[in-house]
Design a protein around this ligand. Structure first.
Ligand code: NAP
Length: 291
């Protein structure tokens, strides 16, 4: 989209965008269009394929009158930070931005993945602050949001990633400035599974791959009683991790709730309107694709 990489000044409806590469299969347009309609606002949401080279121009275009802001997805959540005027505390801690809010020419980076996940966990009945351990699978941007969320309510977080060095790096980012925080990179045998009340799959293992799992040959029955497995992946609707957890009698949820809540929170940041999450969830029904 080179000749058209950034939004243009527009006197018409208020505009919001998704910048991602690829962007074609995103579910975000249908969620935000449903929200504009529910709120009775004259707004439009467009998913644009923006390459890494095109990102600066696309972000500069967000400063135009009539532009509410944008969502960022792979591969831009971290690189966009340098192009913004300021960050919310959540985006600063996570070092990743999924929502840019435009106000009078200034661009603020926010991260609604983390509070979206927190709300989805609460909706799934996760009893926060029960003193349970949390295992985060993965060490990318989604895992950073998961660690941030986990630390809101629990003290012990283990990061288990295919590439251990990335888990070490992630854990050090939290513990270096705050040595009292218990975020540890771990291999499977180092984790006291009977103390673990929450597993969050923040890896992309299982995405569009019903037989793939980041936790093969794992006995979910060893988890703390009442444990929850939350898979950020939502396609397929029941991933292998979820299937195996349920077979062992452990509750498991997919990432649709998080997807809907992160969109709800982004929409509220842009428009000031808190549209019920059900509006976003119904827009996702029968959908297939990515945020
Ligand atoms: N539900 C939602 O609203 C929501 C929001 C954000 C993200 N997500 C999902 O979260 C997932 C991760 O996103 P991200 O942005 O953090 O991606 P990312 O930065 O690319 O990180 C991917 C992570 O997954 C690991 N991984 C990939 N394939 C694997 C496999 N076959 N087995 C084990 N580990 C594997 C990688 O391990 P290595 O370090 O070893 O490469 C890495 O830690 C994606 O599926 C994304 O769709 C969902």
């Amino acid at each position: 989209m080179s000749e058209n990489a950034g939004p243009q000044a527009s006197p018409g409806p208020q505009q919001a965008y998704l910048f991602a590469d690829p962007a074609a299969h995103s579910l975000s347009p249908r969620m935000h269009r449903a929200a504009f309609a529910w709120a009775g606002l004259d707004g439009a949401y467009e998913a644009r394929r923006v390459t890494a080279d095109e990102l600066p121009q696309a972000v500069a275009g967000l400063r135009h009158t009539g532009v509410l802001g944008a969502n960022l997805s792979l591969p831009h959540k971290e690189s966009v930070v340098a192009l913004l005027d300021d960050l919310t505390p959540a985006a600063q801690s996570i070092r990743a931005v999924n929502t840019v809010v435009h106000r009078e020419g200034r661009l603020t980076g926010d991260n609604t993945d983390a509070p979206g996940l927190a709300q989805a966990l609460s909706d799934a009945g996760y009893p926060w602050s029960q003193g349970a351990g949390v295992v985060v699978l993965g060490a990318g941007g989604a895992a950073r949001a998961a660690v941030y969320t986990a630390l809101r309510g629990e003290q012990n977080v283990w990061v288990l990633n295919r590439t251990r060095a990335r888990a070490e790096e992630l854990a050090a980012d939290w513990t270096a400035p705050n040595p009292e925080i218990q975020v540890r990179a771990a291999d499977r045998h180092e984790i006291p599974w009977s103390e673990v009340g929450l597993i969050i799959n923040a890896s992309s293992a299982g995405l569009n791959a019903p037989d793939e799992t980041p936790l093969a040959e794992f006995d979910f029955g060893t988890l703390r009683p009442g444990a929850l497995v939350y898979d950020m992946v939502y396609k397929p609707a029941e991933t292998r991790v979820m299937r195996e957890a349920r077979a062992a009698g452990v509750r498991a949820e997919n990432g649709l709730g998080m997807l809907a809540h992160q969109a709800r929170l982004a929409f509220a940041a842009w428009t000031g309107r808190d549209v019920p999450v059900e509006v976003f969830l119904s827009a996702l029904e029968d959908g297939g694709g990515a945020a």
